[in-house]
Design a protein around this ligand. Sequence first.
Ligand code: COA
Length: 138
Amino acid sequence: MKATEENTYYIAEISSDVAKEGMVREFKPEEVKDLLSNEKYYILVGKLGEEVAGYVLSTYSWAKIHILDMAVKKSKRRRGIGKMLVKHVISHATEKGLSEVYCEVKARNIPALNLFTSSGFRSRLFSTLVNEGFYVFP
Ligand SMILES: CC(C)(COP(=O)(O)OP(=O)(O)OC[C@H]1O[C@@H](n2cnc3c(N)ncnc32)[C@H](O)[C@@H]1OP(=O)(O)O)[C@@H](O)C(=O)NCCC(=O)NCCS
């Protein structure tokens, strides 16, 4: 579901925990609040019951949606939350008539690569000149 201001602290908390794994950045609550009120960003949360278990942060970029960050709490992984979040971003792009959803994933991030590949994304390899960049496109 679309993130609201009441999700601010949960998103910041998850980002802070997951950032320690080195794949996403940490967002302070004030930053999350700013992003939520900025219409250039599209942020979803994935819930298990009433609990926020993960989020995806994306931005509109030309006729595309760029997934900037996505994280699921370590204790709530492998339950389909990540896949559901990606599916919703793709649906949103389709509804808006946008041509592409893309995400830069580090080549060593096997969970994320598997997730995007199994969600229908195609991969394009980039050299280490762009920091181990690995772009995936649907
Ligand atoms: C990547 C991440 C968001 C996946 O979230 P998740 O909710 O666990 O993902 P799902 O349960 O929807 O998994 C979907 C598929 O992704 C793949 N996958 C997920 N975790 C995996 C793992 N640890 N190892 C291998 N494949 C994995 C599997 O193909 C999985 O399908 P399956 O469970 O039917 O085998 C989560 O691992 C995470 O927060 N990682 C740290 C942050 C990060 O790397 N973010 C992405 C950078 S943009």
